[in-house]
Design a protein around this ligand. Sequence first.
Ligand SMILES: Nc1nc2c(ncn2[C@@H]2O[C@H](COP(=O)(O)OP(=O)(O)OP(=O)(O)O)[C@@H](O)[C@H]2O)c(=O)[nH]1
Ligand SMILES: [Mg+2]
Length: 313
Amino acid sequence: MINIFRKSNTANQEQTSKALSKSKQNWFSKIPSLFSKPNLSEEEFELLEEILLSADVGYSSTIHIIEQVRSRLTNPSRDNSQTSIQILKEILIESLSFDINWNSQGTEGKPYVILVVGINGVGKTTSIAKLAALFSRQGQSVLLSAGDTFRAAASEQLSHWAEKLDVEIVKQPQGSDPGAVVYDSYRAAVARSIDVLLIDTAGRMNNKSNLMDELAKIKRILTQHDETAPHEVILVLDATTGLNGLEQAKSFTETTQTSGIFLTKLDGTSKGGVVFPITSELGIPVMFIGTGETEDDIAYFDPQQFVEAILET
Ligand SMILES: Nc1nc2c(ncn2[C@@H]2O[C@H](COP(=O)(O)OP(=O)(O)OP(=O)(O)O)[C@@H](O)[C@H]2O)c(=O)[nH]1
Ligand SMILES: [Mg+2]
């Protein structure tokens, strides 16, 4: 059985810190000095609000965090051994924590199926390569399904990764029915006793209903084979689009019952604060973060590591 939610370690913390260096440098590094005293002045609260908004924490998450900080710093029963910054960290970790109800239970000899969706160019195919590398390292056998039959060279891009990572792939010529590719891949995965089937899909705008229907069809094909599949639907979001990505995300989550987010390109942006509104407004956990362009540039999203990374001094 696959364990895609393995507990984080030091390497994961390092990847997380690396990915957040721009966000930290531009915004979050201004925070620790504000919290060097037992409480903040009104001007300091305003500054905190400005910093959070600039880092794309979003209005409602920012207001929520600030209210929490105000009330806990002035709480008469406050534990005085706790510093102000520790209180802030606790609040931030709480707002990112998620009561996770993963599907990762036994699939009894059937592949663990992960369907990867999202709009064009967000990093779906690259993220699939990263997941394939991660699971391979964990000793799982992986099969890639080239479900993007739309874009020219999409299956070549995936084939290139399959070769590089030494994992199997099922593909068909450009223009084929993606449902047929998914069907073939599932059958191949069962026949070859594959542990994890990773399905790539064509990038699509969330407002194109025929394309969204196609995703629903792919899901149906999988469910016909295994009523618990797909076990995860991972929505890939590009962190560099910051808060703008949230609206598209909402319609994807409605159509596909997204189970988790892969947030890519965190290394290329100072808008890392966007994980707060993603968690609170979409109500879907961030599972993985993309920290660069190679297959190793992936980290499990861990709220505590994330908060340590943005606030470490
Ligand atoms: N810096 C950085 N670049 C990334 C990351 N993830 C993906 N990219 C880059 O983003 C670009 C698009 O990646 P793809 O994986 O092709 O995106 P896609 O969503 O499959 O694109 P379409 O299939 O065309 O919709 C590539 O240049 C990737 O190298 C990341 O975490 N960090
Ligand atoms: Mg792609």
